[in-house]
Design a protein around this ligand. Structure first.
Ligand SMILES: Cc1ncc(COP(=O)(O)O)c(C=O)c1O
Length: 396
């Protein structure tokens, strides 16, 4: 039976595709240090579980399609604290930031339309754009320039009549690059001048390590028609399994479009919404402690990486990822070596090979993405394993 061309054009997740080899290694008794997936180990605030335990209604009903009022109000209150005022009808609760991204693409793209995305990018951007019939147009960046992409010279030559949007995350996955206010303003100016949507993925908003206050592209003036924000509780509250996110826009026409999809998918899980609403009551100390822990991990990860001969990395400014260039020819083959052949005292390490974060053929082959979501002691061991493995791989 034939599958759609759209699904054929989608790639497997570079983050999950080595899973079967990891299962086999674990069966052989190998302990794997997971640097491959952005699953935080920080405890989910108890408020989430307490809200679920307190649920006493006799029927677990569908929730309203745009989201339950308690959660929408909680999100509004949170944005007010960030300094942005949103109306309840400008916030659509979604099944994770993932659904918000997919809905945005379904609303704005026709077959063959293009979305500009700085490369390397979060691989699911490619999947969501492709599922909606669009094409991802990469904006080239380089590790030497700290993956910087917010420049007219890089972006403007890529815009043509099929270009519909520019999509980026700040702080970014997989690079940790965090845009400065003037860079976001520049992207907004280009979007406005060229009639593009600007889709700003802010799911890592809390994870910035230079002490700057929380901010959002929602603060930009005069972007009501162009701006779509993607948000999520997954990383903010270490609640990835809750699957709660939001699509936020003042563009009324776009919101009407997104609501059509929201109505067709009926609703987001009622209990998860109640739990997520409770999460927004967590006090600032939770974020300060979490941010401090990740800052320590970032520092450990960067220091250990730079001690490995031949490795190049930029100090990531935010999120909990870093790209690193390794002195190996092909990091996919190297990952297989790590899972199938390498071990030290019964342990090995996993990362995400870089090529899956690129659309450009052949790019990223010597790069890896590391998610520094382990405690510092474990990170140190994982990076020692990486160093040993590089030596053994290259000595074969
Ligand atoms: C940049 C970025 N955007 C969106 C998401 C989607 O997250 P979720 O659907 O859990 O909210 C992720 C998840 O890792 C991500 O890294």
């Amino acid at each position: 039976m034939k599958l759609s061309d759209k699904i054929a054009r989608c790639d497997e997740s570079p983050i999950r595709k080595f899973h079967p080899y990891a299962v086999a290694a674990k069966k052989r008794g190998i302990k794997i240090h997971h640097l491959n997936i952005g699953q935080p180990d920080i405890q989910t605030p108890p408020a989430y579980f307490e809200a679920l335990e307190a649920f006493r209604r006799p029927v677990l009903e569908y929730a309203p399609s745009p989201g339950i009022p308690e959660l929408i109000e909680a999100v509004r209150g949170y944005y007010a604290r960030v300094g942005v005022s949103y109306g309840a009808d400008e916030i659509l609760i979604t099944t994770g930031g993932s659904e918000a991204l997919l809905m945005a693409m379904l609303c704005i793209l026709d077959e063959g339309d293009e979305v500009l995305v700085p490369e390397p990018f979060y691989p699911n951007y490619h999947t969501f754009i492709t599922m909606a019939g669009g094409r991802l147009c990469p904006i080239a960046t380089s590790p030497e320039e700290n993956y910087q992409f917010a420049s007219r010279e890089k972006i403007e030559p890529l815009i043509h009549e099929k270009t519909r949007a520019i999509l980026f995350a700040t702080p970014g996955n997989p690079t940790g690059t965090t845009l400065r206010a003037e860079e976001i303003q520049l992207l907004a100016d280009i979007a406005k001048e060229r009639g593009l949507y600007m889709i700003c993925d802010e799911v890592y908003r809390e994870f910035v390590y230079d002490g700057s206050p929380l901010t959002s592209a929602g603060k930009l003036a005069d972007m009501d028609e162009n701006l779509i924000l993607v948000d999520s509780v997954s990383k903010r509250f270490s609640a990835c399994g809750a699957r709660i996110g939001a699509l936020i826009t003042r563009n009324k026409q776009l919101m009407r479009g997104a609501i059509k999809i929201a109505q067709a998918r009926l609703s987001v899980a009622t209990l998860d919404q109640l739990g997520a609403a409770a999460l927004y009551g967590v006090d600032a100390a939770y974020f300060d402690a979490t941010r401090e822990e990740y800052r320590r991990r970032r520092d450990t990860c960067y220091k250990k990486l730079m001690e490995i001969p031949g490795v190049f990395a930029c100090a990531p400014q935010g999120a909990f990822y870093t790209m690193a260039t390794l002195p190996v020819d092909d990091t996919e083959a190297f990952q297989l070596f790590l899972l199938n052949e390498f071990e030290d005292k019964g342990e090995t390490v996993m990362f995400a090979p870089g090529s899956g974060f690129y659309a450009t053929e052949g790019a990223g082959k010597s790069e890896i993405r590391i998610a520094y979501v382990l405690r510092c002691e474990d990170l140190e061991r994982a990076l020692d394993l990486l160093r040993m493995a590089i030596e053994r791989y290259n000595a074969r």
